[in-house]
Design a protein around this ligand. Structure first.
Ligand code: GLU
Length: 303
């Protein structure tokens, strides 16, 4: 998927929806690093500058990746950086009945798929192997037929985004282990808590196409999207829990915040966290966030 300059519906999608409800939805696979803090700060600022509600949802469905200590570490980091959320913390795992309901609504579009990751290696897109095999649904993944659908949308940071010439390809809505797939769970969970503005990392841009299709098929209204750049090392490697990006040190909250704000295009006076955030809410203008999938941060990586 390639972001292009916004020439279609120029200001459509630039404005946040009325009665703004935003969220930060970390996967609890480890503590936050500077890249995930950047997404949290951007989504918090966008919500607060729009006098909106900001929710936290822990995306804990991918159980093999869940680290039992991560949720409390993530919440402590948000708190020590002044990012207070509204209401209770939501959890994806509390929503499984809704996931099952949505999957059954899509049933007529789905087929069972027994392909392993290894069998699909090297394919950009699902090659259709199981589409007409009539496999049993139990014990297999469920894939939805996406056909040649290629949604387009206007992203508040990236501008006009369209999928062509690449099409989405048939994608998984229920995994072999019975859990909802990430795109299915996210659209259902966002709807359940009333999210109408999504601000998140540009690494999720590709998933947006699948999510837009799911919302269309499920008769849901799409939120506005703003995909903020992902922080990469000087070498271009994305910071992630897998490459052991250093966890945020909460004792340096003001410095972390200054670093993240400067990567977002703002240059705050260094001070107390609350003062810096209040300054940033006043200054916030999403048009200043660098357009592009990555920004380079110079942070110590503990290898
Ligand atoms: N849980 C996802 C992640 O940590 C993000 C979900 C989203 O923002 O849509 O990558």
């Amino acid at each position: 998927m390639t972001p292009r300059s916004a020439h279609l519906r120029e200001d459509n999608g630039k404005q946040p929806a009325a009665d703004y409800v935003g969220r930060f939805a970390p996967t609890p696979s480890g503590p936050l690093h500077i890249g995930s803090l950047l997404s949290a700060v951007a989504s918090w600022l966008d919500a607060r500058a729009g006098s909106g509600t900001w929710l936290v949802r822990i995306d804990d469905l991918d159980t093999p990746r869940v680290d039992p200590d991560a949720e409390s570490a993530i919440l402590a980091t948000l708190e020590s950086h002044g990012l207070r959320w509204d209401g209770p913390v939501h959890r994806q795992s509390d929503n499984q009945d809704r996931h099952v309901g949505a999957i059954s609504q899509l049933d007529a579009r789905c087929f069972a798929c027994g392909c392993t990751r290894r069998e699909l290696r090297g394919h950009d897109q699902y090659p259709g192997t199981c589409r007409d095999r009539g496999l049993r649904r139990d014990g297999n993944a469920l894939r939805v037929r996406a056909g040649l659908a290629a949604p387009e949308f206007v992203d508040r940071v990236q501008g006009y985004v369209d999928m062509s010439p690449r099409t989405v390809g048939d994608f998984i809505v229920r995994r072999r282990d019975g859990f909802a797939s990430y795109p299915l769970a996210v659209v259902v969970d966002d709807l359940a808590i009333g999210v109408n503005n999504v601000v998140r990392g540009a690494d999720l841009l590709d998933n947006t196409a699948e999510q837009l299709l799911l919302m269309r098929w499920l008769g849901m209204e799409a939120p506005t999207y703003a995909h903020v750049p992902v922080v990469v090392e000087a070498s271009g490697v994305k910071l992630s829990k897998h490459n052991r990006a250093t966890a945020i040190d909460n004792r340096w909250a003001a410095h972390n915040l200054a670093a993240v704000l400067s990567l977002l295009g703002f240059d705050p006076p260094l001070g107390q966290v609350e003062t810096m955030l209040a300054w940033a809410v006043d200054e916030w203008n999403i048009a200043r966030v660098p357009r592009g999938a990555t920004v380079t941060g110079f942070f110590a990586i503990d290898r």
